[in-house]
Design a binder for this molecule. Structure first.
Ligand code: PRP
Ligand code: URA
Length: 221
């Protein structure tokens, strides 16, 4: 039975506020995404299985514990890339496989443009995408990881809309969701409110000047 974990931690609230602020420059935005990704991954790895490993410290032999399964990270391009390196620092032996989707702005349906999977899937896959809006991209990404053959899948998102959570829950009742904050809902263009705008554009600084509300001063921060 699926569970939805919404993080309840003062550090999450603090870093989310800076992430959402439209005055936050791209390089601070990327740093905030990484910090929140670490907090999410800490929660999403709380129950991972361990095996005993005998080691010697400089003083004595001891029985330590190490992770006991193959883990894969699947960032959904582009914005999921912003979370990947930070989580790899926590899970340095994880494999990284990629899925590329963009959301068609007319139909709001995810359109696949890239998939790089091996013939031998990891045991546990963390699907990474900071934004879960309608849930279309996450549900499609999880579908592909299931078809690939991963035994267990967990979805990690920084901000979600209730509509997106409901969509993924209905499509994939076996996949746990880890979310920093479930926001109020979607606007008429299916952007999350209050949200943070377009995560991919803010990570990669690809907001065309005529659409940017951030101004040149904040871009120089
Ligand atoms: C964003 C986001 C998700 C998707 C969420 O990607 O990173 O992948 O939208 O929307 P949904 O839940 O309604 O599917 P986008 O399509 O903007 O692509 P990008 O990451 O390349 O900017
Ligand atoms: N994608 C984003 O990057 N932000 C939203 O609010 C919705 C979809």
């Amino acid at each position: 039975m699926q569970k939805v974990f919404e993080l309840d931690h003062p550090l999450v609230q603090h870093h989310l506020t800076h992430l959402r602020n439209k005055e936050t420059s791209p390089h601070i935005f990327r740093a905030q995404i990484r910090r929140l990704a670490v907090l999410l991954a800490t929660e999403a790895t709380r129950d991972l299985p361990l095996r005993t490993k005998t080691i010697e410290t400089p003083l004595t032999e001891m029985e330590g514990s190490v992770l006991d399964l193959r883990i894969g990270l699947v960032p959904i391009l582009r914005a999921g890339l912003g979370m990947t390196d930070a989580i790899l620092d926590l899970l340095p032996t994880a494999e990284v496989w990629h899925l590329g989707f963009y959301r068609d702005e007319e139909t709001l349906q995810p359109v696949e443009y890239y998939r790089k999977f091996s013939s031998n899937p990891p045991d546990l896959v963390f699907v990474l995408d900071p934004m879960l809006a309608t849930g279309g991209s996450a549900a499609a990404g999880i579908r592909m990881v299931k078809d690939w053959g991963a035994k267990e899948i967990r979805m990690l998102s920084i901000i979600a809309a209730p509509e997106g959570v409901a969509h993924v829950r209905a499509a994939h009742p076996d996949v746990n969701l880890y979310i920093c904050k479930i926001d109020e809902g979607l606007n008429d263009s299916a952007y999350i409110l209050p949200g943070l705008g377009d995560a991919g554009d803010r990570i990669f600084n690809t907001v065309p000047p005529e659409r940017s509300e951030r101004g040149s001063a904040s871009a120089e921060q």
